[in-house]
Write a protein that binds this ligand. Structure first.
Ligand SMILES: [Fe+2]
Ligand SMILES: [Fe+2]
Length: 284
C-alpha cells in the first residue's frame, strides 16, 4: 500500500482515537508569552481524568519528589513546564488507547515497551547531553503508536501481520510491509499529524527504524532508535515480535558513541527502569 493509499484508507476510518485537547492547549499556551504555572494548571484541571493521572504520574517514584504533590499547580512549579507538558501528553495517549484493543496484540506488554523506551530515551538524552529530555521521553512513549492504530482500526490486517510474525519469526515491521505494504512508522506519523503534534515528535515516530534519513534532528531520532533497541535487549515488554536489531551505525556515529559505550550504558539504564515500574498502573 502506498502512503497515499494509506492516508486515504485512514481518512475514511471513523473510530480513529482522538487526543484529549489538554496537550494542544498547553502547547499553544507555552508558545505564547502568557504562560505561568496557574494558567497551565487551570488547563490540566479542566480535564478531570487527565488531571488525576498527571498527579499519579508525578508522584510515581520515577520523578523522585520528596513529598506528595496534591495540586497540579504544585506539580507545574516543581517539575517545570516542559516536564508537565510531556507528562500530559503521555497520560493523554494512555487515555486515547484505553482498553484491550481489537486483536490478540498484548497492549500491556506494548505499554511496558513504550514506557521503557520513553524512560531510556530521556536518560540517554541526559547522559549524552543532547538536551530536550522531555521530548525524548514523549518520543519514546509514542514511537510505536502506529501499532495501536493498526490494532484499533485495521484488526483483520493486524491479525494477519501478527500471524506472519509467528510463522516466519521475522520483525513486525517486515510483516507489516509484506501484508500491508506500509508500516507502523507511517501509520504513527499519520496519527501524530492528525493530532497536530510537533514536528520533532512526528520525526521520532516516523524514523525510529531509519534514523539516517532524519529530517531536522538526527540526534533525537537516533536516541529513540537506540532506546527502542535497549528496551528490546532488556526484554521489557514487547513491541509485537522478539527481534533485537543491532543499532544503526548512523545513530552511534551521530551520538558519538561506539558499541562498547552502547553496551556500557545498559547498566545505567537498568536502575531508571526499576523506578519507572509504577507508571504501568496508569495504562489500560
Ligand atoms: Fe517500531
Ligand atoms: Fe519499539
Amino acid at each position: 500500500m502506498s502512503k497515499e493509499k494509506l492516508v486515504q484508507l485512514l481518512d475514511e476510518v471513523t473510530d480513529l482515537p482522538t487526543l484529549p485537547t489538554v496537550y494542544v492547549k498547553i502547547n499553544s499556551l507555552l508558545q505564547s508569552s502568557q504562560a505561568n504555572a496557574a494558567r497551565v494548571a487551570r488547563i490540566v484541571e479542566a480535564d478531570q481524568a487527565i488531571a488525576t493521572k498527571v498527579l499519579r504520574l508525578v508522584n510515581s517514584s520515577y520523578f523522585g519528589l520528596s513529598r506528595q504533590v496534591t495540586q497540579i499547580n504544585q506539580a507545574v512549579v516543581l517539575l517545570g513546564f516542559n516536564a508537565i507538558r510531556s507528562v500530559v501528553l503521555s497520560v493523554s495517549v494512555f487515555e486515547s488507547f484505553k482498553g484491550d484493543g481489537n486483536t490478540r496484540f498484548d497492549r500491556r506488554e506494548f505499554w511496558k515497551h513504550a514506557i521503557a523506551t520513553g524512560v531510556i530515551a530521556r536518560r540517554l538524552a541526559k547522559d549524552l547531553r543532547i538536551g530536550a529530555e522531555e521530548d525524548a521521553f514523549s518520543g519514546g512513549i509514542l514511537h510505536d503508536v502506529g501499532k495501536l492504530v493498526l490494532d484499533q482500526v485495521l484488526p483483520s490486517e493486524f491479525n494477519a501481520i501478527l500471524e506472519y510474525v509467528d510463522q516466519n519469526g521475522c520483525s513486525i515491521i517486515e510483516a507489516e510491509h509484506r501484508i500491508l505494504g506500509t508500516d507502523h512508522c507511517e501509520v504513527g506519523e499519520y496519527l501524530l499529524e492528525k493530532w497536530n503534534l510537533p514536528p520533532l515528535l512526528i520525526e521520532c515516530v516516523a524514523l525510529h527504524h531509519s534514523p539516517a534519513i532524519f529530517r531536522s534532528n538526527p540526534q533525537m531520532v537516533s536516541v529513540i532508535h537506540l532506546a527502542d533497541i535497549f528496551a528490546r535487549r532488556l526484554h521489557i515488554g514487547s513491541g509485537g515480535d522478539n527481534m533485537i536489531p543491532t543499532p544503526d551505525p548512523f545513530a552511534l556515529d551521530e551520538l558519538e558513541i561506539d558499541m562498547d559505550d552502547f553496551l556500557a550504558e545498559e547498566e545505567n539504564i537498568q536502575t531508571v527502569l526499576e523506578q519507572s515500574q509504577d507508571m504501568l498502573a496508569l495504562v489500560g
